[in-house]
Design a protein around this ligand. Structure first.
Ligand code: TRP
Length: 335
């Protein structure tokens, strides 16, 4: 039997933080070691342009994210690791799919609807500031997925709708032109922690409450010291399940370490002490990767070469696939 194809994209707009690591990068790297699956992981830099019009930031983020995944041990000989924009077949497929995707389907996309709702709320024109990029974002995402006939698409909850739209568009294309596409399935891992940020809300760039993944030690310590706590004094029992410090601890600790920290909370550990231990734990787990990351950030040519060899592997799939699809829609040589 051929291997399951697992595919996911990372939009290149920010600096990776602990929440990205725990919620997406760590499980994806672990999954890429499976022998019964072939993973396709890519830097979604075309998607970045939808949200971010700062060229330098898109470029810098691409560098940082590529270095991050490699520093954390992604095996680029096993996983196919590439940059979306290095696969010229993707925007071509995007057009073929655009011509099958119902406009009404796009009208229902959450991201677009949220933008419209915010405009109406502000008394603006409903489409104020909405680009065609934002509007047809789900079609580009469908192209990413269908290009490689991915079976499984690990994503966060906010992306489930997009994967369903990819299925919809694929089914429509298949119905019209024959069975070319596998219908992909979103996979949302419920085991994976959604990390809390400094203020206790979900750690997210849009809340400005993140702890960047590869901060220098001193800065990491500073950030951890900023995690919000209550006013309980040393010696007073504390509720671990109501504490961001404990929640982050749990995402990095073994089961035994988690249990002993739970006990320490019951015994009234001081917040300062709990934070110091959290710093030690995180720093120890990320220390080596941080060194590799710093090295890789100094060696962009090496990272570029890895991405280029990933693109060559990806194109071994996308080129013949696109040729077949072009022929299917009637775009082929005259003789
Ligand atoms: N839109 C996804 C996000 O913002 C990133 C992405 C782009 C993606 N293309 C994809 C995820 C294809 C899965 C499959 O998180």
């Amino acid at each position: 039997m051929s291997k399951q194809r697992v595919l996911t994209g990372i939009t290149t707009t920010g600096t990776p933080h602990l929440g990205n690591y725990v919620g997406a990068i760590r499980p994806a790297i672990a999954a890429s070691e499976r022998d019964d699956a072939q993973s396709f992981y890519f830097l979604a830099d075309f998607h970045a342009l939808i949200k971010c019009h700062d060229a330098e930031q898109v470029h810098q983020s691409t560098r940082e994210i590529a270095a991050t995944w490699l520093a954390l041990g992604l095996n680029a000989d096993k996983a196919i690791f590439y940059r979306q924009s290095d696969i010229p077949e993707i925007p071509q497929l995007c057009w073929l799919l655009t011509c099958q995707a119902a406009k009404g389907l796009m009208n229902r996309a959450h991201a677009y609807k949220a933008a419209v709702a915010a405009n109406l709320e502000a008394g603006e024109d409903p489409d104020f500031g909405v680009t065609m990029g934002l509007y047809s974002y789900p079609v580009l995402m469908a192209a990413d997925i269908l290009m490689f006939n991915a079976n499984e698409v690990p994503v966060g909850k906010d992306q489930i709708q997009h994967v369903e739209m990819a299925r919809d568009i694929a089914a429509r294309f298949n119905h019209h032109y024959g069975e070319h596409f596998v219908l992909p399935e979103a996979r949302v891992d419920e085991q994976v922690a959604v990390l809390q940020g400094l203020d206790g809300r979900k750690m997210s760039k849009s809340y400005g409450n993140t702890i960047p993944l590869f901060l220098p030690e001193k800065q990491l310590k500073k950030h951890i010291n900023k995690i919000k706590t209550n006013l309980l004094e040393p010696g007073e029992p504390k509720d671990p399940d109501d504490a961001t410090v404990f929640q982050i601890w749990q995402a990095f600790a073994t089961r035994e370490q988690t249990e002993s920290m739970r006990q320490a909370f019951a015994d009234g550990i001081a917040w300062g002490e709990a934070k110091r231990e959290l710093f030690e734990l995180v720093n120890e787990q990320l220390g080596e990767a941080r060194e590799r990351y710093n090295e890789l950030m100094e060696k962009p040519q090496y990272v570029e070469d890895v991405l280029q060899s990933g693109a060559a592997k990806a194109r071994a799939y996308s080129e013949p696939m696109l040729e077949k699809l072009r022929a299917a829609v009637g775009i082929r040589p005259l003789v």
